[in-house]
Design a binder for this molecule. Sequence first.
Ligand SMILES: Cc1cc2nc3c(=O)[nH]c(=O)nc-3n(C[C@H](O)[C@H](O)[C@H](O)COP(=O)(O)O)c2cc1C
Length: 172
Amino acid sequence: MNTLDTIKKRRSIRSFTTQNIEKEKIETLLQSAMYAPSAVNKQPWHFIVIDNREIMEQIMKIHPNSKMFETATLGILVCGDLQMQHGNGYWLADCGAATQNILLAAAAMDLGSCWVGVFPREDRMKAFKELFSLPAHVEAFALVALGYPAEEKKTPQRYRPESVFLNKWGNS
Ligand SMILES: Cc1cc2nc3c(=O)[nH]c(=O)nc-3n(C[C@H](O)[C@H](O)[C@H](O)COP(=O)(O)O)c2cc1C
């Protein structure tokens, strides 16, 4: 599958089969995350791979929109390192790019994935920080739920020409 097809194919998948993700695929997901662009190439990220059901149960208790962990076989918590970042909150853009790379790599390998937002909700960031024993200078950014998809989703029509301007706001 080429990159453009993968971008369009990716959808949030919230129902998964019991098939586990192979080790090599997990490594590819992490490699893809770490090939993301980052400000001044600081790569201010860390990843916690979650394959423990008890921890998934805990996640569902602290995050109201994470029910897909009833069937997800894997999670990857994307964390930002405030000491490694370029400064001024660049870690957010960097971690966003890394998270998106995980989603696209998953789609390219016929895995299902869903971005579960943590930042900017302070209560969720705090709860994840506690659950995963993150150090003070590391923040939870987003959680990605993963597995082999048990649902199929079509590619929607999303292109909105009215959101595109030429050279200046308002010029179509
Ligand atoms: C920052 C962010 C936070 C999100 N948080 C959640 C979430 O907590 N739970 C969830 O089920 N989906 C979450 N999503 C997935 C969105 O609901 C989904 O991307 C959107 O509805 C578009 O659908 P698609 O991903 O299938 O294209 C989040 C997505 C983003 C980018």
